[in-house]
Design a protein around this ligand. Structure first.
Ligand code: ACO
Length: 332
């Protein structure tokens, strides 16, 4: 019997043009290029203009992914947006993008799993395709973290950036998305969160005065979780796909901190040439980080048909997610 899986048939990305360097940050808070570089690996990040919402970045990445796949917007069955910075709490940013794209046939909803959101999104899309419910799905990760960043808090403001990435998924009979490993540990919910504006602390003068509309993070706690989970989730998903670390051609990890990425690579015993890193240019773009990295890895000739590629992420929740792809673009 033929196996019906999902595969990626198109990719796109967009980052806003404005760049904020570590040197710029030195003028804003008590930090240094040296501290940021050695502790995180980040050199600069892209920042959206004030009047630009996350849907705008997502729309641009989506158009590129559709063009790359050869599909038209009208052919889409579903648009799924992973984001922690939606345009509004509702309606879903996916619906805003659906309208702007002209994807009139597509269902649309948002998914929130922090920086693991894009891989969570791929898993949902893959399940819809494997079940036969849908044929053509667009998964977008889009973030404007600069708007939920406290620019006076040096422990967080140096870490994040804005951007979007997108992938088109379609059915395949060979290769594609082979396995997923998803998880969550809600006991870490209070280590990375945005307290204000929801039903717990509705937006009012107090939430603004107490800066509850900005992201809060216990960096150390998140760091420990990430170091442990990124390696483990990569090993677990390889096992599910009946593969071994030595089968991996490329690891595309969530781009948050080079020390976290190095720990994951070490756990899999992968050399530098098998780990894609673009963190220095973008910082942590949350759910957009993996698709942006995948686009750039392909541009660099590191993603070829037949390759075994592992995507892995961790994020707010706390959550983790990984997938193994046997790349087979254009070979449906
Ligand atoms: N510049 C200079 N000094 C700083 C800065 C800064 N920007 N930020 C913190 N420091 C200081 C601290 O105040 C502290 O000083 P002290 O020792 O006098 O108290 C010192 O540097 C060390 O601080 P630590 O927090 O221990 O530094 P650490 O090595 O843990 O690095 C970091 C901090 C980079 C935040 C790290 O913990 C990390 O990367 N954590 C994971 C964060 C992450 O990836 N979050 C995103 C999750 S994804 C999502 O869903 C959005």
């Amino acid at each position: 019997m033929m196996v019906r899986r999902a595969t990626i048939t198109g990719l796109g990305k967009y980052v806003p043009p404005k760049v904020l360097t570590n040197k710029d940050l030195e003028k804003m808070v008590d930090t240094s290029d040296e501290w940021i570089t050695t502790r995180t690996g980040i050199k600069e990040r892209h920042i959206a203009d004030n009047d630009v919402p996350a849907s705008e970045l997502g729309l641009k990445a989506a158009r590129e992914a559709l063009q790359d796949s050869g599909l038209t917007a009208e052919e889409l069955d579903l648009i799924l947006v992973a984001t922690v910075t939606p345009d509004m709490l509702f309606p879903a940013t996916a619906c805003i993008i659906q309208e702007k794209l002209g994807a009139t046939k597509a269902a649309a909803f948002d998914l929130e799993a922090g920086c693991s959101g894009f891989i969570y999104g791929l898993s949902v899309a893959a399940s819809f395709i494997e079940s036969g419910m849908y044929e053509n799905i667009l998964v977008i990760g889009t973030e404007i973290l600069s708007k939920i960043t406290d620019w006076e808090d040096r422990s967080t403001c140096v870490l994040f950036g804005d951007g979007a990435g997108a992938a088109v998924l379609q059915p395949t009979e060979k290769g594609g998305l082979l396995a997923f490993d998803l998880g969550a540990d809600g006991s870490g919910a209070n280590t990375l969160y945005l307290p204000g504006g929801g039903s717990l602390n509705p937006a009012d003068e107090t939430t603004i005065k107490e800066k509850m509309h900005y992201l809060k993070m216990e960096g150390n706690q998140v760091f420990k979780f990430a170091v442990k989970r990124m390696g483990q989730a990569s090993l677990d998903v390889l096992k599910k796909a009946n593969l071994k670390p030595e089968d991996v051609d490329l690891l595309v990890p969530h781009q948050a901190n080079t020390r976290i990425i190095d720990a994951a690579a070490k756990r899999l015993n992968l050399g530098e040439d098998k780990v894609f890193v673009n963190l220095p240019k973008y910082g942590n773009t949350s759910s957009a980080s993996i698709p942006i990295a995948l686009v750039e890895a392909r541009e660099n000739g590191l993603v070829n048909n037949g390759d075994i590629i592992v995507l892995v992420a961790f994020g707010a929740g706390l959550t983790w997610a990984s997938t193994v792809i046997e790349w087979n673009e254009g070979e449906k």
